[in-house]
Design a protein around this ligand. Structure first.
Ligand code: OOB
Length: 529
C-alpha cells in the first residue's frame, strides 16, 4: 500500500461536505423545488421531479437486488434518464462506472474483468447502434452481471421510474467519503484504469469549478460532450450547475449544429468544448448566420492543447469570456478566471481551482524546476485521487511515494504565477480530447492475421490535435488498407474514436540508440506523408 490521503485534512475547506449525492439531491429539491433542473431534446424535469424519480428508481434497484457497494456499468447518452440513474445509484450507495456511448466489447471486457459489475444499464439504441445484444453478450460471458436494465420508451428503466410504491425512505446510509463513481482513465495499457471519486471530493470538485466560473441560479449550462466525461459532468458541468440551482441542457450529440442550436434556443450561458469542437463550431458560425450565441457568458475550452492562434480567434470573435481549462479525471483542475486579461487567458491554463491544491513541476529526478522552465506536472490535494481502483502496479508508476499524481503532462509556471501546459511526457494520443494509449491499439492490430507487428503514434493534426497513425509490418503477399483495419477493429469491438486515421507500411523499424522502436522518427515519417 502506498500513500493514503487523509480526508480530515480538508474538513475546514469551504465547499467540502461529508455528504452523499443522494442527500445533496434531496437538499436541492427542497431549495429549488419546481425550477427546471435538466432539459434534453425531448423533455424537461424540475428539481423536485428529479428527486422523486431518483427515489422511485433507487427503490426499484434495491428491490431488484442491487446492493450498496455494487458496481454498475452505465452506458447512456446525454438524456434525462442518465441524470436520474446517476442519483438513483448514489442514493443506494451503488457505484456507476461511467462508460461512454462509443465503447464496445473490447473496452467493456477489460472493465468488467476488473470491477465485476453487478448490473449493466444501456440505452436501447443510440446513433444507429443497438446496445442490447452487446449487453446480453456481456451478461452471458460474465456471471457477475446479474441484471441488464434497458433505457428506452418501453424499457425497464422508464417502467421502474414510474413504479409508485409507498415509502421510498429506507435507503442504506451513504457516507460522503465512500466511492461515488468510477471514472474511466484516458488511455489504458492493456489493463484499464478506473478512477474512484468519493461523493465528497467530487462535489467539492464541482463546487470549486462553479466558483471559478461565478456560476449561479441564472446560469444555463449546456452539456455538449458526453456527460459520462468528467469535464461536462463535474467541472462544473451537470453537478456544479445543479448545486447552484441553474439549468442543465443536455445536447444529444456533439455535432456543431446540435451545439449551436441548443445555445440559440435555450439561452445557454456556459458550455464546455474541446478545441476540435470549437474549430468546427466556428466554421459553422461563418456559414450560417441564423445562430445567436449572444447569451453565452463563458466558453470553457479544455481537454487538449488549445493553440494560441485559436485562443486569440475565440477571444476576438466570440461574444463571451474564454476560460481555458486544464483538467484530469484523476482530479487536478486548473482554470483561467473570468476577470483575467484576454492576453493572459490566451496564453495559459490559469491556476488550480482549490486553495488546497498542491502542484509541483519537476525534472526527471523529481526536483522542482524554476519558473519559466518546463517539467512534469504533479499534483496532490483534496479532490485528486491517491490511487487507481485496484491497481497496485499502475499506482507505483502513476503516484510518487508521498501521494502526488504524475499527470504525464509538461507544464511550467509563468512569471504571473499561472500554469502553462506544453505538451505531453506520457505516451498518450489526444484525439479531439479523447485519450488513447498506443499500446492498446497496437495489441488490437496484432490480433489481425495479416499483421506481424504494429507501432501506433499520435501525429499533430490541425483539427483533431492528434490523429492516429499505425505503422505496420505485414505479410508481403497481402495488402491491407485502412478500410480493412477499421472493419477488423469494429468486429473485435473497439470504440470508433480509436480507429487509426492513417496507416503506413514499413519493412523495418527505425530504432533508438537503446534498440527500441523510435516513435519520434515514426511521427516525423507520418507527418511527412
Ligand atoms: C480531461 O480529462 P482526461 O482525464 O480525459 O484527460 C486528462 C489529460 C491531461 O493529463 C492532459 O494530457 C490533457 O488531458 N489535457 C490538456 C488540457 N486539458 C486536459 N492538455 C492541454 N491543455 C489542456 N487544457 O481531459 C478533462 C477533465 C476535466 C476538465 C477538462 C478536461
Amino acid at each position: 500500500m502506498g500513500y493514503k490521503k487523509d480526508m480530515s485534512k480538508y474538513e475546514n475547506l469551504e465547499g467540502w461536505e461529508r455528504c452523499g449525492f443522494g442527500e445533496q439531491l434531496d437538499r436541492w429539491a427542497e431549495k429549488y423545488g419546481e425550477r427546471i433542473a435538466v432539459t434534453d431534446s425531448e423533455d424537461e424535469i424540475s428539481y423536485m421531479e428529479l428527486k422523486q424519480k431518483a427515489d422511485c428508481l433507487a427503490a426499484a434497484f434495491l428491490r431488484k437486488g442491487i446492493l450498496k457497494g455494487d458496481k454498475v456499468l452505465v452506458q447512456l447518452p446525454n438524456r434525462i434518464s442518465f441524470v436520474i440513474v446517476f442519483f438513483a445509484l448514489s442514493k443506494i450507495g451503488a457505484v456507476p462506472i461511467m462508460m461512454l456511448p462509443a465503447h464496445r466489447e473490447a473496452e467493456l471486457e477489460g472493465i468488467i474483468e476488473l470491477a465485476k459489475p453487478a448490473a449493466y444499464i444501456v440505452v436501447e439504441k443510440y446513433l444507429g447502434f443497438s446496445y442490447v445484444p452487446m449487453a446480453n453478450a456481456m451478461k452471458e460471458k460474465y456471471s457477475c452481471i446479474r441484471h441488464i436494465f434497458v433505457d428506452s420508451e418501453s424499457g425497464d428503466i422508464s417502467g421502474m421510474i414510474a413504479e409508485t410504491y409507498g415509502e421510498n425512505g429506507a435507503f442504506p446510509a451513504v457516507d460522503g467519503y465512500e466511492t461515488a463513481v468510477l471514472l474511466l482513465s484516458g488511455g489504458t495499457t492493456g489493463v484499464p484504469k478506473l478512477i474512484p471519486r468519493t461523493h465528497t471530493d467530487y462535489m467539492y470538485n464541482a463546487r470549486m469549478s462553479a466558483k471559478r466560473c461565478r456560476l449561479d441560479s441564472s446560469d444555463v449550462y449546456l452539456a455538449s460532450l458526453p456527460v459520462a466525461h468528467n469535464f461536462p459532468l463535474c467541472c462544473p458541468g451537470l453537478l456544479g450547475t445543479l448545486d447552484v440551482g441553474g439549468k442543465v441542457v443536455l445536447a444529444s450529440a456533439t455535432s456543431p449544429d446540435d451545439i449551436l442550436d441548443a445555445i440559440t434556443e435555450e439561452g445557454v450561458t456556459i458550455t464546455a468544448l474541446v478545441p476540435a469542437m470549437v474549430t468546427v463550431c466556428m466554421e459553422m458560425l461563418e456559414w450560417d448566420e441564423d445562430y445567436d450565441i449572444s447569451s453565452l457568458r463563458i466558453l470553457q475550452v479544455g481537454g487538449a492543447m488549445l493553440e494560441d492562434s485559436l485562443a486569440d480567434k475565440i477571444i476576438e470573435e466570440w461574444p463571451c469570456k474564454l476560460m481555458q481549462v486544464f483538467g484530469t479525471a484523476e482530479g487536478l483542475l486548473s482554470f483561467t478566471s473570468p476577470e483575467d486579461e484576454g492576453s493572459l487567458i490566451a496564453r495559459c491554463q490559469g491556476t488550480p481551482v482549490s486553495p488546497a491544491d498542491e502542484v509541483k513541476i519537476v525534472d526527471e529526478e523529481d526536483k522542482a524546476v524554476p519558473e519559466g522552465v518546463f517539467g512534469e506536472l504533479l499534483s496532490r490535494g483534496p479532490y485528486t485521487i491517491d490511487g487507481y481502483y485496484m491497481a497496485e502496479e499502475a499506482n507505483k508508476k502513476s503516484f510518487t511515494s508521498d501521494g502526488f499524481y504524475r499527470t504525464g503532462d509538461k507544464a511550467m509556471w509563468t512569471k504571473d504565477g499561472r500554469l502553462r501546459l506544453g505538451g505531453r511526457i506520457k505516451e498518450q494520443i489526444n484525439r479531439a480530447g479523447e485519450k488513447i494509449m498506443p499500446s492498446e491499439i497496437e495489441a488490437y492490430l496484432c490480433r489481425h492475421s495479416k499483421i506481424k507487428e504494429a507501432a501506433v503514434v499520435g501525429v499533430t493534426d490541425e483539427t483533431l490535435g492528434n490523429r492516429i497513425c499505425a505503422f505496420l509490418v505485414t505479410d508481403d503477399e497481402t495488402g491491407i488498407d485502412l478500410q480493412e483495419i477499421h472493419r477488423f477493429l469494429r468486429e473485435i469491438g473497439v470504440a470508433a474514436y480509436k480507429m487509426p486515421d492513417q496507416i503506413e507500411r514499413v519493412e523495418t523499424w527505425p530504432l533508438t540508440s537503446v534498440g527500441k522502436i523510435d516513435k519520434k522518427a515514426l511521427e516525423r515519417m507520418a507527418q511527412e506523408k
